[in-house]
Write a protein that binds this ligand. Structure first.
Ligand code: C5P
Length: 228
């Protein structure tokens, strides 16, 4: 089976992808897939196993032998590793920093892309979010978006998201971490962060979440009325 409607949202860190993808999915009655959570899950499993993160064979072994389960509950991706709910640990600063090793391992990416396609095949409509969803995972998606925002605005959003978690990071430190992550995402050989040729680029710097969701759903409506 293949989903009837596939919408991809790619873009740099803290560009609002997950929030927008979740809300757009809700609006369209579609499933939502946060593919960053998959990279984070393999990262966490590798860290827990204590393997050398530069050793791609070991990373592949982790990706193949651990049992990963991805489900959505109350609009949140729940990730289990070998039957244990790991959701709360996926967004720690350590996992965030180490995800680049997993993201740069081509064979691990292949496995995760397969899992993403399987997830879509099991559903009727899907909104999927990440870095390579429109370029690699779903080259023939119905509508592709690429969300951007100025670096300072993205740092501000991440700071607001972290508020209350007391990470002790200044806005400058947050911006530096985001910049480094984007550089590493843009420069890897496989599945790099870049807009698909046919992606609709949306600069969200001066838009509210609601405005972004409205804009995207307008494009989807336009596309679907042409299709039918
Ligand atoms: O989106 P999120 O910040 O959760 O992604 C964590 C990391 O996983 C990214 O910085 C990126 O290196 C990697 N990733 C990827 N391809 C995707 C989604 C995430 O390489 N489709």
């Amino acid at each position: 089976m293949m989903a009837d409607l596939i919408i991809t949202i790619d873009g740099p860190a803290a560009s609002g992808k997950s929030t927008v993808a979740r809300l757009l999915a809700q609006k369209l009655g579609a499933s939502f897939l946060d593919t960053g959570a998959m990279y984070r899950a393999v990262t966490l499993a590798a860290m827990q196993a204590g393997v050398d993160l530069n050793d791609q064979e070991k990373l592949l072994d982790i990706a193949q032998t651990c049992k990963f389960q991805f489900s959505v509950e109350a609009d949140k991706m729940i990730v289990c590793i070998d039957g244990i709910d790991a959701t709360e640990h996926l967004r720690s600063p350590e996992v965030t920093a180490n995800a680049r090793y997993i993201a740069a391992a081509p064979k691990v990416r292949e496995i995760l892309v397969q899992m993403q396609r399987q997830f879509a095949a099991d559903r009727q409509k899907i909104v999927t979010e990440g870095r390579d969803q429109g370029t690699v995972a779903f080259g023939d998606a119905d509508v592709k978006f690429y969300l951007t925002a100025d670096a300072s605005e993205r740092a501000r959003r991440r700071q607001a998201e972290l508020a209350g978690k007391d990470t002790g990071q200044t806005i400058e430190q947050i911006q530096k971490i985001i910049d480094e992550r984007d550089k590493s995402d843009e420069n890897r050989a496989v599945g790099p962060l870049k807009p698909a040729e046919d992606a609709i680029i949306v600069d969200t710097t001066n838009l509210s979440i609601e405005q972004v969701v409205e804009k995207l759903s307008g494009h989807v409506r336009g596309k679907c009325s042409k299709k039918n």
